[in-house]
Design a protein around this ligand. Structure first.
Ligand SMILES: [Zn+2]
Length: 446
């Protein structure tokens, strides 16, 4: 038994605590969100230097399960999960792409892109899903979790990740998707993993309402990010970013966000490092939203503390097409603590940012395009300075969004002026014609 302890508590501070292996998703007293709280006093038995050394010794090594960027920090995540319950695909350890050329284009010296999409299922969701599915497996073994099926509503990446972890563990998975609103890759992934896929004639928020009711009836265990276990895993991205900079904190983290769980997770990770003395300050946070699904942006601009639900319009950034973000109260707390801002990007801006970044070697998903477009705006307004050290979190792999990429380069995306579209040069198989076309090419870069 670990000497460290973590429990569920009410996010708003109601009394009571519950074991992580209980199927509980909301505070029974106020119906608000739950949070995972760690016994920080127990964690102070190691100095900050000792934690950093331990995490560095484990990082990206083969000693199972510590090579995982999540389980390498297990004492900070879910300390009571036993080795035999852990379902891991070696999460985390994703690279920081030094966006040197893109940074130079916008007058910045230090721009990095944290490639969280270079993950097992192609998105950052794996970080949280490994924790959730491992805790569920332990809860099932203990008999505290009765439902046999793990389920989620999804805009794509969550279902792909849950299906992968369910299949790894041999646990049945059901996913509820808005029909016609997810990319082909995102639909294929859960099907390939043998999950039961429900395509419902509604949007994400409609799917979410149904899966919450199923969980209430104990028919399924709820895997959406309302479940704070996901946030515990995702918060390791903050620890990993600091670790990759030799435990220095960047000046800004720019994060595309729809359901806002990742904003809460980022804050949770930085907060834990600060409380345990690993870092001395927070980076500033920018929550980047698509203008077609921007409830937090609206609240921020109006100076409100509460995010009012909106009806999300269609956006190419389909994973953040969310009008009623579950983690809004958590994200508001993160924004305040991290001296944050919220920015938004139109469809044309996000697509252009993707194309621009791709020309400098990235291969961006549309959500990362939202984050980059927001960075460009912050840079233009001088909110982000030329010497600021900035990390843009890329949440999914661009390869999942081939329809978006193809649509851009074929100039068929509505409302998007594909200024940087490319198309193949069609020529007969004649060396002279190809040679003269080559000779006419301009130099790349500069
Ligand atoms: Zn409460």
């Amino acid at each position: 038994m670990s000497r460290y302890r973590a429990v569920f508590r009410c996010f708003s501070g109601c009394e009571g605590e519950w074991e992580l292996t209980r199927a509980i998703y909301r505070c029974p007293k106020c119906d608000g969100l739950l949070a995972v709280e760690h016994d920080l006093e127990a964690l102070r038995d190691r100095s900050a230097a000792a934690w950093m050394k331990l995490f560095d010794e484990r990082y990206m090594r083969t000693s199972w399960p510590y090579g995982s960027g999540v389980w390498g920090k297990r004492e900070w995540v879910a300390p009571a999960v036993r080795d035999d319950a852990i379902v891991s695909t070696s999460e985390g350890g994703t690279n920081l792409f030094w966006a040197e050329r893109l940074g130079r284009e916008i007058g910045m010296k230090v721009l990095w892109v944290k490639q969280c999409g270079n993950a097992h299922s192609g998105s950052f969701k794996d970080l949280g899903m490994t924790v959730l599915v491992s805790v569920v497996r332990q809860g099932m073994a203990l008999g505290t979790i009765k439902s046999r099926v793990i389920a989620c509503a999804s805009t794509g990446d969550t279902s792909a990740s849950l299906a992968a972890y369910g299949a790894t563990a041999g646990l049945p998975v059901a996913v509820l998707l808005p029909r016609g609103l997810v990319s082909t890759a995102q639909l294929v992934q859960p099907l390939a993993h043998g999950a039961t896929v429900f395509a419902l004639e509604t949007d994400f928020d409609g799917c979410m309402a149904i899966v919450k009711e199923l969980a209430k009836r104990d028919l399924v265990y709820l895997a959406n990010s309302m479940n704070p276990l996901r946030i515990e895993g995702q918060k390791t991205v903050a620890v990993e970013i600091a670790q990759q900079f030799d435990w220095e904190v960047p000046d800004w983290v720019i994060l595309p966000s729809g359901n806002l769980g990742n904003a809460a997770a980022l804050h949770a990770g930085f907060r834990m490092m600060k409380e345990l003395g690993v870092i001395a300050r927070f980076p500033r946070l920018c929550v980047a939203q698509a203008a077609n699904a921007d409830p937090m942006y609206r609240a921020f601009v109006a100076g409100k503390d509460v995010v009012e639900p909106t009806h999300a319009q269609k956006t190419q950034a389909s994973a953040i097409q969310i009008g009623n973000p579950v983690s809004a109260p958590r994200a508001m707390a993160a924004l305040k603590a991290m001296n944050g801002v919220v920015e938004e990007a139109t469809e044309d801006e996000l697509a252009d940012a993707c194309a621009r970044a791709d020309r400098t070697g990235l291969y961006t998903c549309p959500h990362t395009g939202v984050a980059l477009a927001c960075l460009f705006k912050l840079r233009e307004r001088g909110v982000v300075g030329p010497d600021d050290r900035v990390v843009v979190v890329s949440t999914a792999n661009g390869l999942k969004f081939t329809e978006f990429k193809l649509g851009y380069h074929e100039r068929t995306l509505p409302g998007i002026d594909a200024r940087r579209a490319g198309s193949p040069v069609v020529l007969p198989p004649d060396v002279e014609q190809v040679a003269s076309a080559i000779a006419a090419m301009g130099a790349v870069g500069g």
